[in-house]
Write a protein that binds this ligand. Sequence first.
Ligand SMILES: Cc1cc2nc3c(=O)[nH]c(=O)nc-3n(C[C@H](O)[C@H](O)[C@H](O)COP(=O)(O)O)c2cc1C
Length: 337
Amino acid sequence: MQDVTDLPFMRVINQYGDPDYYFTEYFRVYPHSRLDKHILSSITENDTGRPVVAQLLGNSLPDIRRIVEQLEQYPVAAVDLNCGCPAPKIYKNMAGGGLLTDLGKLDSILGTLRDSVKGTFSVKIRIGFDSFEPFEGAMELIHKHGVDFLTIHARTVKEMYRGEPHYEYIRQAVEMLDIPVYANGNITSAAKAEHVMQQTGAAGVMIGRHAIRNPWIFTQIREHSLGKQLTQPTLADVRLYIRRLYEMSDHWDRERSRINHLKKYVNFIGQSVDPNTRFIKAMRRCHTELDFFNVCDEHLIDNNRADVPFPMEPYEGVVARPNCEDGHVEIIQECRL
Ligand SMILES: Cc1cc2nc3c(=O)[nH]c(=O)nc-3n(C[C@H](O)[C@H](O)[C@H](O)COP(=O)(O)O)c2cc1C
């Protein structure tokens, strides 16, 4: 996830239980683009012990070829095409989710990628742009070009991150294709992962925001599938997780920038701290390390809160999602209570 799932974050997740695969933030591909060094470090310096898939976003065929050749010099588990980004500045340039408005363009990009990627080639896609109409055609192209595996975020581009995903389209893709299909969108817990996999026949799940909220989720999914008791973190464990996120952000020189970066993560965590978003509101007003961690102590440790179990699911009606309107990903909070 852009601006979030970099190497320092992967290293924090590694302390709680890795996913089977990590995905990089997307590498932008355009004429004369270079591999972003910060993103590349999540491949070249990856010490989590888990493979990393490199994601690309762009539509220039010669540059896609050039970047794939460069990327495959590094230990990438797969090269993945982003076909779902809902930021207007991206989709209006016919990249990311915009490719779902032009299946001819998608056809040529998939063909170019299939020719250039020597290893595993995957696609991350949404189920349409402003309707479900392109879905079947897109699945036919996935089949035609021999994509090795597919991840489906079961919303249209225009739905952004709103509402419950339409998992029935994942089921349809599983029936149409003979490759592993992974379900994505609102996989909030181990129980939800199992439910969606049963409902869709998906080979697995991809987890975005809820891995930020709950870094224990991958361990819990494994435990759940083995019929074991799930790891149950407490609010004190969450306080330690937030401290680790702060420690990892030492590449920010200014205290205020470092705290602002930390808030991106804590907005998601706060969805399971209290149902009235008091913690989120309080931490958003902080600009110094001292104030920030005083707020954390007040909501996570003081008044006998330390031993309170951290809920597996977010509180009802508390939703954190990026605001992509201006193309810049920021986290907003909706509270319908
Ligand atoms: C901050 C943020 C950044 C994201 N960046 C990317 C990205 O670079 N590539 C991508 O394929 N999806 C990206 N996504 C979308 C997620 O991968 C995922 O498809 C979406 O959030 C729905 O799944 P979830 O409910 O598990 O979060 C991003 C999502 C968020 C919240």
